[in-house]
Write a protein that binds this ligand. Structure first.
Ligand SMILES: Nc1ncnc2c1ncn2[C@@H]1O[C@H](COP(=O)(O)OP(=O)(O)O)[C@@H](O)[C@H]1O
Ligand SMILES: [Mg+2]
Length: 248
């Protein structure tokens, strides 16, 4: 049975889509059959981050409404083996999607894939509920600032209300020297959000460049850019992987 992982944050712009694409493509490159689903109905971008915006794509709503089968609808990534993708419908609001159908759809996904990464929207409204309520694990993406940490804390509370208890934290865009200057540390951030740390991703020009050039993170040359995502993917599969030396 596969594992459904929803990526969320509360606050916009923390790097949910970057992290979804990075973890999804890393799991696939480790040999796991992985489906990435864009569930940010208003601001879909995961196709860009995965470098497949020019490919003809089906939406998860096409599959959920049985206009197409999961097998035919999930597009295989042209350059990354084991990676499949379903985009978000462009013209249907999240509260028009039947939650029972979403649950049944994700049951089918669990039968066909080892991992499913759902890229959720900002906020804690209907889109958040749709993206997260059936998750086996939720990943909160926060940056080191007080606003995203507070929003992360609120998101943890909302996830628990939805019945999602396996909640993990990814600290993204971390600048070690800056953290040191403001006397911030990862322990305090973990305490604020109230979720166990899954990984730390540094602020990186190479990660930003990958986003701008529509290059999947696992295909970039810079080891420093892709390594943090691979570490997180390996932790998800149950491997014990130490935090990057920079953040220990
Ligand atoms: N670790 C990082 N280092 C540098 N830039 C990043 C990093 N993570 C995300 N970004 C950039 O931040 C912007 C917002 O990221 P995105 O993934 O779209 O956030 P969200 O999905 O939460 O709105 C993008 O331009 C992306 O390239
Ligand atoms: Mg996004």
């Amino acid at each position: 049975m596969g594992t459904v992982i929803s990526v969320t944050s509360g606050k916009g712009g923390t790097g949910k889509t970057t992290v979804s694409g990075g973890i999804g493509s890393s799991l696939a490159s480790l040999g796991h059959r992985t489906l990435c689903i864009d569930c940010d109905m208003g601001m879909r971008n995961l196709d860009l981050v995965l470098g497949i915006s020019d490919v003809s794509l089906m939406s998860f709503e096409d599959v959920l409404s049985e206009r197409v089968s999961l097998d035919a609808g999930a597009v295989r990534h042209p350059d990354i083996e084991n990676l499949f993708f379903l985009t978000a419908p462009s013209a249907i609001p999240s509260d028009h999607i039947d939650s029972g159908k979403m649950k049944a759809f994700l049951e089918k996904v669990r039968e066909d894939f080892e991992y499913c990464i759902i890229d959720g929207p900002a906020g804690i409204g209907s889109g958040f509920r749709l993206a997260c309520e059936n998750a086996d694990m939720a990943i909160i993406v926060a940056n080191g600032d007080g606003m995203s940490l507070r929003n992360g804390q609120r998101t943890t509370t909302e996830l628990i209300k939805l019945g999602v208890t396996n909640v993990r934290l990814v600290l993204n865009r971390v600048r070690r020297r800056f953290m040191h200057q403001i006397r911030a540390n990862a322990d305090d951030m973990i305490d604020t959000v109230g979720a166990q740390l899954l990984g730390v991703i540094p602020e990186s020009r190479a990660i930003m460049k990958a986003g701008c050039t529509e290059t999947p993170i696992v295909l970039v040359e810079e080891k420093n850019a892709k390594e943090p995502f691979l570490r997180i993917a390996r932790r998800i599969t149950g491997e014990r992987v130490l935090l990057d030396r920079m953040f220990r």
